[in-house]
Design a protein around this ligand. Sequence first.
Ligand code: ADP
Length: 161
Amino acid sequence: MRIAIYPGSFDPFTNGHLDIVDRAATLFDKIIIAIAVNSEKNTLFSLSEREDMIAEVIKNKKDVTVVSFTGLLVEFAKEVGAKTIIRGIRAVTDFEYEYAIYQMNRDLNPDLDTVFLLASKEYSFLSSTILKEVARYGQSVSEYAPPVISEALLKRFGHSA
Ligand code: ADP
């Protein structure tokens, strides 16, 4: 069984992330969305909030699951039997960062490879950070994130969904 792991902060999960999941699901038997616990990042949503929201979004996708993990991605990948990491690339600005992580992960575990999917045109400028900025000022982001997430974003900033 070809298991791939899609790691990220997903704070919160956007339609861009969802697009990567759906496309990766056509290439692998099972996709594990893995929310990374990053102590250096101050997140808007707690780990369990992010996990619950993503679980709701993928509830009808039988080959996709969501988990959170601490520690090194390469270790976690080994634990769950994943041989491939999925990452998305938007503009060239993503490239350097992604390439550096890729190199490090290859050094840490040469058996684990990374597959990069280029962002679809309609999501190439979409980021969790931008959605948070827009929602902060009470604007709906329903075009850019699944309903459970766009509503949670508005509520988090004290606006009615
Ligand atoms: P991280 O903090 O690990 O960068 P993110 O949640 O921001 O986590 O992103 C997870 C992965 O999804 C990264 O590989 C990122 O480049 C990719 N990604 C984010 N937004 C998009 C998008 N709109 N289209 C395609 N890939 C995306």
